[in-house]
Design a protein around this ligand. Structure first.
Ligand code: IZC
Ligand code: ZN
Length: 418
């Protein structure tokens, strides 16, 4: 006897082959028309057509014929835990003040660092819960959370401990990344190497307390060079962490090439990736995590060369880059629209980029981002007729219901029209 049987319209089943989908594979997406998924004890027990499900018994049957059903979405790049906000910077952006100039003037990341240092751990936790609840209502069931707004031992650990607590208490599964190398704090101005050594000195404690699986660095003009980033990430790899990099976000420094060279799990942003960087992505296991929401929000015209990357054979994932400065949104569905309009990705590539490939980008490809018998039942029912509809109809939330580990965690309340 199943606990829940969902009778849907189309069911999206991204291919799960043990690694991220790349190149032409990204355009493959299995769809079951008039599909059904059965859940028992939090796990997927049946995937097939409604016809095949006809003889199954279930305590509860959700009759959602005509609605799309998919795996829970995965958001592989967020700066979830932070204090304060940066709406005051919008006026500067409107006046055309570049992101890196705001940062150099002590704003940007530094503004959030000040607010995060001043925010108590409990308050950071409550704020994180608020944002996670919103992510869940948008269909995200697994996501990454970076530190990086402390830039000192005490606050970096505070952020990571908050993320650990959130992972233990909120339905969304969180994967933590240490981004202590996010910017150079005032007290280390002009001494980047010394600051990086200070951040590296935290790795043993972070590892001992299980506070992060990945280490990341902001490789950018006025922050950390490609060489500094390479040395830092290689030391993090030696210490047993997976490594990621904010690369070629604004200036094309060549972080993409370096990421492929050292075997980073992912290289993120890549707006300025060179032809050589694109070629190397096609030949490496490094996943390109693209963040078109950031490019949009920074008012840039040039977006990451996703089509070239996919043509080169690379694996691409998508993310909100949720953070208070360069991409203040939890709406991964809007990112799907930007991927269609600005990255020229197909609906099939987009769906693979917010599910299976996003899961592999944060080391969760074996448990999230696809539908398989025996896997935990992380599912989203959408108020849309087919899988092409979400990128097409933008700026709204299409979620009808979300199940996490087979439990209904978001359900469209009955709308009492009168
Ligand atoms: O501005 C921020 O808070 C987040 C960010 N880090 C690197 N690029 C953007
Ligand atoms: Zn970021």
């Amino acid at each position: 006897m199943l606990d829940t049987l969902i009778l849907a319209g189309q069911v999206v089943v991204p291919k799960s082959s043990g690694e991220a989908l790349r190149g032409k594979e990204m355009n493959e997406l299995s769809i079951i028309d008039n599909g059904a998924v059965g859940i028992k004890d939090g796990v997927i027990e049946f995937i097939g057509t409604a016809e095949e499900a006809a003889q199954l018994q279930a305590k509860e049957t959700i009759e959602a014929e005509g609605k799309l059903l998919s795996p829970g979405l995965v958001d592989p790049h967020t700066h979830l835990v932070f204090g304060g906000s940066r709406e005051h910077e919008l006026a500067l952006k409107q006046q055309g003040v570049p992101y890196l100039e705001i940062l150099a003037q002590g704003g940007g990341i530094h503004s959030t660092v000040k607010a995060t240092r001043e925010t108590a751990e409990d308050d950071l936790y409550e704020k994180g819960m608020f944002h996670l609840n919103r992510c869940l209502t948008y269909g995200v069931t697994t996501m990454e959370a970076k530190s990086g707004y402390g830039l000192d031992k005490e606050t970096e650990l505070k952020q990571l401990r908050v993320a650990k607590q959130l992972n233990e208490t909120h339905p969304i599964d969180l994967v933590s990344t240490f981004l202590g190398a996010h910017a150079i704090p005032e007290n280390y101005k002009g001494r980047p190497d010394a600051f990086l050594e200070e951040m590296l000195s935290l790795l043993s404690l972070i590892s001992k307390e299980g506070l992060a699986e990945f280490v990341d660095i902001f490789c950018e003009t006025g922050v950390f060079t490609v060489e500094q980033s390479k040395v830092f990430l290689q030391k993090a790899k030696t210490a047993g962490f997976g490594v990621k990099i904010h690369a070629d976000e604004i200036d094309p420094l060549g972080g993409t090439e370096m990421a492929c060279e050292i075997g980073a799990v992912s290289a993120d942003h890549l707006v300025g990736a060179s032809k050589e960087g694109v070629r190397m992505l096609g030949e490496s296991d490094t996943i390109a995590v693209l963040l078109p929401g950031t490019t949009f929000y920074l008012g840039k015209d040039h977006f990451a060369p996703a089509r070239d990357m996919i043509s080169s054979g690379a694996a691409v994932a998508l993310s909100t880059d949720f953070n208070p400065g360069s991409s203040p949104t939890e709406n991964l569905q809007f990112i799907m629209t930007l991927a269609a309009l600005k990255l020229k990705m197909t609906p099939e590539e987009i769906w693979n980029s917010v599910t299976v490939n996003a899961a592999y980008a944060i080391g969760r490809g074996d448990v999230a981002g696809s539908l398989e018998i025996g896997r935990r039942a992380d599912l989203v029912l959408w108020d849309v007729p087919n899988y092409k509809y979400i990128p097409y109809h933008y700026g709204v939330n299409h979620v009808n219901k979300v199940w996490k580990n087979g439990k209904l965690v978001v359900g469209k309340g009955d709308i009492h029209a009168n």
